[in-house]
Design a binder for this molecule. Structure first.
Ligand SMILES: *[C@@H]1O[C@H](CO)[C@@H](O)[C@H](O)[C@H]1NC(C)=O
Ligand SMILES: *[C@@H]1O[C@H](CO)[C@@H](O)[C@H](O)[C@H]1NC(C)=O
Ligand SMILES: *[C@@H]1O[C@H](CO)[C@@H](O)[C@H](O)[C@H]1NC(C)=O
Ligand SMILES: *[C@@H]1O[C@H](CO)[C@@H](O)[C@H](O)[C@H]1NC(C)=O
Ligand SMILES: *[C@@H]1O[C@H](CO)[C@@H](O)[C@H](O)[C@H]1NC(C)=O
Ligand SMILES: *[C@@H]1O[C@H](CO)[C@@H](O)[C@H](O)[C@H]1NC(C)=O
Ligand SMILES: *[C@@H]1O[C@H](CO)[C@@H](O)[C@H](O)[C@H]1NC(C)=O
Ligand SMILES: *[C@@H]1O[C@H](CO)[C@@H](O)[C@H](O)[C@H]1NC(C)=O
Length: 277
């Protein structure tokens, strides 16, 4: 079975080549009026296939394991995007994604929840009080519930908790469930000293890992600035490596002379511009 699948996928790759589709880094066309930066991919013929998002009726959306969230903004320079968290079921303190247990990212994919998110967990059972979260009565989530017209239903739910996302279990999941908290919201770069009516609109920021060079099967899959060669870290996979004097720019998705690397863990951790200078 596995062998058959492998043969089939190899055949598909060859087929793709035969019809002349280049596998080297190709930026996806805009979705409606929103540009789709590399490596994000809205189709099998553009972007990097590990970075799939969807263009749905001229709007970009992000699929989690069991649900879909609108993409509010994308910042390719720091490899981040912001999704709109689920809304409340009208007049309740329950978010619409409770049946899917909230935001659950596939941890095998290169996206995670950043530590720029302040998360409010609302309508919690008292089991949450054993957690290290801030569930105090003067906590930020109580201020939010008391002062925001968006969460008035939550005034009837006494237990809520606040925490800064990121790392550990929260790098890939902001989990709501019947036995825990039944609603949540999230704010990016929240300045908590501001009055609630000056808070930004809710959002949840995700970050993507720098993309590696694009996969290739033959040299013709790569553009004139790169050469197809074996990936030392992945058996049997070949990639378009940049020719000498050029470096892979994971933000532009090209081989360039000078790259502006803003990502601490991308660009092999080397400042190529300095190296050239
Ligand atoms: C809190 O969640 C429970 C369980 O889903 C729900 O029955 C209840 O209505 C919620 N509380 C409020 C105030 O909406
Ligand atoms: C998510 O989807 C998978 C497969 O579609 C299913 O097995 C699982 O129960 C779902 N989980 C939730 C929490 O909805
Ligand atoms: C998670 O992503 C990996 C890598 O693309 C994929 O093989 C796997 O099927 C995904 N898991 C689920 C539950 O969708
Ligand atoms: C929220 O309102 C309740 C009831 O009016 C009050 O007891 C509580 O101190 C308020 N909490 C905060 C953090 O503003
Ligand atoms: C998310 O992924 C980025 C890129 O790999 C990494 O630098 C960052 O530490 C991760 N953040 C969390 C909260 O895991
Ligand atoms: C409240 O809801 C409105 C309408 O959905 C939204 O524009 C606003 O940003 C929200 N504010 C907060 C603090 O949640
Ligand atoms: C190759 O690299 C040069 C120098 O960076 C650039 O001007 C040219 O556009 C690149 N060609 C392709 C096909 O990317
Ligand atoms: C690369 O940087 C050098 C020195 O800053 C500059 O002279 C050169 O024009 C740059 N090349 C490109 C393709 O931007």
């Amino acid at each position: 079975m596995a062998v058959t699948l492998k043969l089939l996928s190899t055949a598909l790759l060859w087929l793709t080549c035969a019809v002349g589709v280049t596998l080297s880094a190709t930026r996806c066309p805009s979705c409606g009026s929103t540009s789709v930066p590399y490596p994000l991919s809205t189709s099998p013929t553009c972007g990097d296939q590990s970075y799939k998002i969807r263009c749905d009726a001229d709007s970009l959306v992000f699929d989690t394991l069991n649900n879909t969230y609108p993409i509010m903004s994308i910042d390719p320079s720091n490899q981040r995007l912001v999704i709109r968290p689920a809304s409340f079921v009208p007049n309740t303190c329950v978010t619409t994604d409770l049946p899917f247990e909230g935001v659950q990212l596939n941890s095998s994919l290169p996206f995670n929840v950043t530590s720029s998110n302040t998360i409010m967990f609302l309508n919690c059972t008292d089991s949450i009080l054993r957690s290290p979260l801030d569930c105090s009565s003067s906590g930020l989530c109580h201020q939010y519930v008391n002062q925001s017209s968006n969460a008035t239903a939550c005034e009837a739910a006494p237990i809520c908790c606040t925490f800064i996302a990121g790392g550990g279990a929260t790098a890939h999941a902001i989990r709501v469930r019947e036995s825990g908290c039944r609603a949540y919201t999230s704010f990016v770069n929240l300045q908590s000293e501001l009055p609630v009516n000056q808070w930004p609109q809710p959002g949840m920021e995700l970050q993507w890992v720098s993309p590696p060079e694009p996969v290739c099967v033959t040299g013709s899959d790569c553009d004139g600035n790169s050469t197809c060669g074996p990936d030392p870290s992945s058996n049997g996979v070949q990639r378009c490596y940049c020719n000498s004097g050029l470096w892979w720019d994971p933000i532009q998705g090209i081989c360039a002379e000078n790259i502006t690397c803003q990502n601490p863990d991308g660009c092999d951790g080397v400042d190529r511009t300095a190296l050239i200078a």
